[in-house]
Design a protein around this ligand. Structure first.
Ligand code: BGC
Length: 546
């Protein structure tokens, strides 16, 4: 894309993004695995849905222990998804349609099959040893500290080369963490970012963005509750305060450097921070010289606990404003209707739309996760078809597994829902019903898809919804069942009633009409604003001439 004016550089602040979980989007060559050509084939659809940016999950060669987040070569394309030509073609076509393309970069760790790690193991005195975090065992031979990895078990594994040292991994043993104090590692990633920018990539979603630097003392993390062996990996991980392994302020320096690397390309840095504290979060994004923005992940991980959800949303909005990228579902989280509905997907869908409409009315990018526009709840995977290492390596009913969010997009009714012609796709999921498919919903103006699209298009056609300065962001919590948030701009008022009873709306003077109501699907619009908003519903009101 051509160079941007200073004013246009902040384009992303009001944009709509769309996460593509590559292997489950569309398979065009019949190997059961989604590919880059599948994305290219559906760009027109995505444009029609109303998104501005697509983010593609990792497309690199990988032994696939963590579904692509274990990268074996950052400068190449996994042959199962295509090649360099395929990605360049995709980017070219996206740009021609006015869509931007973000790719995933995974800097916290590599695959254990990356050439750097192999050399690091093979030669403990060679230049690659220090690319990773090697530490001596304690005198009794046990790991250097009490850190645990996200997917269950210690964050340390003994050197397979027999040196007696341990290497650090915040995820699987097959995902060794890089040593970001090493200038050579930093230089490698400068080159990686340039390589993809030179191919036209418009931005990077940065995986585990808070993990890069570790505290130099490598001390034990404080334990905040008892760790029980029967707990699932997420609960065990959250039993510690991650004081020394995550969110070190020194990591911000890495992004200040990256910011300079991508600046000549006008590319954007989007972190996956995993930082809950809004003040700490703001350090990573606040002055635009480090990360440009970061995902607030908590709304996508929280069940329908309105107080908690709103504490997070309002805290992030207050401290980080338009540098927050909002989402309520991604490939690591249960799909929103499954998570939010207390067992009732219809209620979950209603709540998801209420929350989405509020977030679309705030400053900052909003990301749709593929299939969210269809109102999909978690897909069902056959027992033998489980893929996620969290499930496969931690048998037991922990509900931490991510496969339900990763099942293929249902394009058409019928076998395999038009995702693939293969009899065995990479993940063995039950087919979706006809009404869940893109084809059926596209043809039905009363579908979830058309309703969702109307919301996204409103943000475009009514720039005042997210671009005019925020005049007031207010929360009214009358009691446990009354939870109302209002977002006021010059010509727009968003009223989110997330409580259990209908709520009165205090509309400022002038004439206001309803431009969108999150529920029921296709609630009428264009009429004067009502005095009340139904429970678990968000309305967008626009000022009209008196
Ligand atoms: C990615 C996950 C992945 C993990 C380790 C996350 O943030 O989104 O899918 O398992 O990083 O790379």
């Amino acid at each position: 894309m051509k160079a941007l004016s200073a004013e246009d550089r902040g384009w992303w602040r009001h944009a709509i993004g769309y996460e593509i979980y590559l292997r489950s989007f569309l398979d065009t060559n019949g190997d059961g695995f989604g590919d880059l050509a599948g994305i290219t084939a559906k760009l027109d659809y995505l444009k029609w849905v109303g998104v501005d940016v697509i983010w593609i999950t990792p497309h690199y060669p990988t032994p696939d222990h963590d579904h692509g987040y274990d990268v074996a070569d950052y400068l190449a394309v996994d042959p199962r998804v295509g090649d360099l030509d395929a990605i360049e073609h995709l980017i070219e076509k996206a740009h021609a349609l006015g869509l931007r393309v973000f790719t995933d970069v995974v800097p916290n760790h590599t695959s254990n099959e990356h050439a750097w790690f192999k050399a690091s193991v093979a030669n403990p005195t060679g230049p690659y040893r220090d690319y990773y975090l090697w530490k001596d065992a304690k005198p009794d031979g046990s790991p250097p500290n009490n850190w645990v990895q996200h997917f269950g078990g210690p964050a340390w594994t003994l050197d397979p080369g027999g040196s007696g040292q341990y290497y650090c991994h915040l995820f699987l043993p097959e995902q060794p963490d890089l040593n970001w104090t090493n200038e050579a590692v930093r230089a490698e990633f400068d080159a990686i970012l340039r390589f993809w920018c030179d191919r036209g990539v418009d931005g990077f979603r940065i995986d585990v963005a808070a993990g890069l630097m570790k505290h130099p003392g490598f001390a034990d993390n404080p334990r905040i509750r008892e760790v029980r062996l029967e707990d699932g990996p997420a609960r065990i991980f959250n039993s510690f305060e991650h004081r020394y392994d995550l969110a070190q302020v020194s990591t911000v320096d890495v992004y200040r450097r990256w910011n300079k690397v991508v600046e000549p390309y006008d590319a954007v840095l989007l972190g996956e921070l995993g930082v809950w504290d809004p003040v700490q979060f703001a350090h990573f994004v606040e002055d635009g010289t480090a990360l440009h923005m970061s995902f607030a992940l908590e709304p996508g991980l929280t069940p329908w606990k309105v107080d908690r959800l709103l504490d997070c949303v309002l805290g992030m909005a207050e401290h980080a404003g338009s540098a927050v990228a909002w989402e309520i579902t991604n490939h690591d989280q249960h799909r929103a209707p499954s998570r939010l509905g207390d067992g009732d997907p219809i209620r979950g869908r209603r709540r998801a739309l209420a929350l989405t409409t509020l977030l679309v009315g705030l400053d900052g990018m909003f990301f749709v996760y593929q299939g969210e526009e269809l109102g999909l709840d978690d897909g069902r995977v056959t027992q033998g078809g489980l893929q996620d290492p969290i499930s496969v390596r931690n048998p037991g009913d922990h509900n931490d597994g991510r496969d339900g969010a990763r099942t293929p997009i249902p394009w058409t009714p019928g076998a395999r829902n038009g995702f693939t012609s293969a009899t065995t796709p990479w993940i063995d999921a039950f087919d979706r019903t006809d009404v869940e498919t893109v084809a059926v919903q596209e043809a039905d103006p009363a579908s979830h898809l058309h309703h969702y699209r109307a919301l996204l298009r409103l943000r475009r056609s009514w720039p005042g919804l997210a671009q005019d300065p925020l005049l007031a962001l207010k929360r009214e919590r009358v009691d446990a069942t009354h939870q109302v948030v209002t977002v006021l701009r010059a010509n727009t008022l968003v009223v989110a009633n997330l409580g259990l009873d209908e709520a009165e709306v205090a509309v400022p003077g002038g004439a206001w009409t309803v431009a969108f109501q999150s529920w029921p699907l296709h609630a009428p619009t264009g009429q004067p604003a009502a005095e009340t908003v139904p429970a678990e519903t968000t309305v967008v009101l626009v000022r009209t001439a008196d």
